[in-house]
Design a protein around this ligand. Structure first.
Ligand code: GLA
Length: 511
């Protein structure tokens, strides 16, 4: 072939390589493009790592929700919470899922209402097979559409779907059918696939759900294992190309704050999960956390790396001795995240080079230490860090010294409730207030105009808070229950990228 013709082919070859490297099929249509969910990795809490099945019940979930709010975790962005395999429902004679009222006296709808009233989102759990792992709950096999309707009726916002008792099932087919069931039910729900990597979901699941487990369980209940955590991180690291906004590799829930881990291990673990843009579902007992666990779980600067709108999964770009240099994670303001992790039992002195983050030798830049909360610079050349055994240095390198934090959306409540008498038409109003705990000011949220005729919503702004004013008019409405799910979209202004869509429920009872 003539050299000129070969030159023309180079860009196409590079494009093809980039596509192949992404992991997902290049023609994949993202599920999140339609529902706007989980544009940044989901954050929340699930009981499994600490508690297993016992004592999962309504009190545990409620006490944990209060602890999550009290500890500052809600303000730091943790939102999704609910039972994991917590024996919360059974199937009745007609095939319908019914709440286990002995463990959850408010019923699963009532528990969701409790969480929504506190500005939290509701997470539930089921299985793609005949039964859940302990065989104590029915799985969805053969009931996919009815069960996904039940989750929508309980007003779940997040569902993890496990892979036990699935002999003979194909993961892609089974999870796709469940996705179709969710779409038919009509409530946008974050879909967390949990096949522990079986069926290689990173190759196809971006059109099915929003996150998928890449590994086996990170620990047995109550028994944090540093060795397993390191294995999960190593396996997940290799899949970096498959992750991005709305579709995440999930190396399993956090073990930060469980017994048996040192402060350094807790810090390292959390930093690795932040750097991998992994979902941050805490798994410890939030009711009895130490101050140092709270400090780690709520480090806004580390969370800023995890919640970056570009959604790039960082990776190991170089090793120096045993120390790992993680980079490849450009952030929304053009700065670069770097994690130096020292897994060995001796202190390590590591040089981070400008080349590690794509800077030139002559570039002048600032260095922000995300655990020390200190900035140095401007400077050029290598950055030398000394890292204690099992510890990390987490850095942000930037050509400016502003280090903005990405949006963290925190609501006072995700539900507005109205009650009116049928015989006297009324105009009622109730506000839903939503704050951005990141550093920028957001444009106004845009409410999707497909509201029922009895509801109108306007949005106004004051500082970092926006108020959704919900106005209900009952004129002409017959007695009954009315429901609307309000959808609002926004863009992060620095990157111009869409943010996770915001949804809240409006209920109107006309007596
Ligand atoms: C599987 C999952 C865990 C947990 C348990 C519940 O092992 O991977 O995260 O949900 O099931 O039985």
């Amino acid at each position: 072939m003539k050299p000129a013709r070969m030159l023309i082919l180079v860009p196409f070859a590079l494009l093809l390589l980039a596509w192949l490297g992404r992991g997902q099929n290049p023609t994949t249509k993202l599920r999140a493009d339609a529902d706007g969910l989980a544009r940044t990795p989901p954050m929340g809490w699930y009981p499994w790592n600490e508690f297993g099945q016992e004592p999962q019940n309504e009190s545990l979930i409620k006490e944990t929700a209060e602890a999550l709010i009290r500890s500052g975790m809600k303000d730091a962005g943790y939102t999704y919470i609910g039972p994991d395999e917590g024996i919360c429902f059974s199937r009745d004679a007609s095939g319908k899922l019914v709440s286990n009222l002995a463990r959850y006296p408010s019923g699963l709808l009532g528990l969701g209402d409790y969480l929504h009233a506190r500005g939290l989102k509701y997470a539930l759990y089921t299985d793609a097979g005949t039964h859940t792992c302990s065989n104590a709950m029915p799985g969805t096999k053969g009931h996919e559409f009815e069960d996904m309707q039940a989750f929508a009726d309980w007003r779940a916002d997040y569902v993890k779907i496990d892979w036990c008792n699935t002999e003979g099932q194909n993961p892609e087919q089974a999870y796709t059918r469940l996705r179709d069931g969710q779409l038919a039910a009509g409530r946008p729900i974050v879909f967390s696939l949990c096949s522990w990597g079986e069926g290689q979901p990173w190759k196809w699941a971006a059109s099915v759900g929003h996150l998928w487990r890449t590994t086996g369980d990170i620990c047995a209940p109550g028994k944090a294992s540093w060795a397993t955590a390191m294995q999960n991180a190593a396996a997940n690291e290799t899949l970096f190309a498959a992750a991005g906004p709305g579709h995440w590799d999930d190396p399993d829930m956090l073990i930060t704050g469980m017994s048996g881990l040192s402060d350094a291990q807790n810090r390292s673990f959390f930093s690795l999960w932040c750097m991998m843009a992994a979902p941050l579902m805490a798994g410890n007992d939030l009711r009895s956390m130490t101050e140092s666990t709270i400090k780690i779980l709520t480090n806004r600067e580390a969370i800023g790396i995890n919640q970056d709108p570009l959604g790039i999964q960082g990776r190991i770009v170089r090793k120096q001795g045993a120390a790992q240099i993680w980079a490849g994670k450009r952030l929304f303001d053009g700065s670069q995240a770097v994690l130096v992790f020292n897994p060995s039992s001796a202190a390590a002195v590591v040089e981070v080079t400008p080349g590690d983050v794509g800077f030139e030798e002559s570039d002048r830049f600032y260095v922000r230490e995300l655990w020390k909360h200190e900035t140095t610079g401007p400077r050029a050349g290598n950055v030398r860090v000394t890292v204690a055994p099992s510890d990390v240095a987490m850095l942000r390198l930037s050509k400016t010294d502003s280090f903005p934090l990405p949006p963290i959306i925190v609501a006072v409540s995700y539900r507005a409730v109205f009650r009116a008498a049928a015989h006297t038409p009324q105009e009622l109003a109730q506000a839903i207030m939503v704050r951005n705990n990141g550093s920028g000011v957001l444009p106004l949220w845009k409410v999707r105009p497909d509201l029922p005729s009895w509801l109108s919503v306007t949005v106004s702004q004051s500082g970092n808070a926006q108020t959704f004013s919900n106005k209900v008019s009952t004129a002409g409405l017959a007695q009954g229950q009315y429901h609307a799910l309000v959808r609002a979209d926004n863009r992060e202004p620095l990157s111009g990228l869409p943010m996770s869509t915001l949804y809240y429920d409006v209920d109107l009872e006309v007596d």
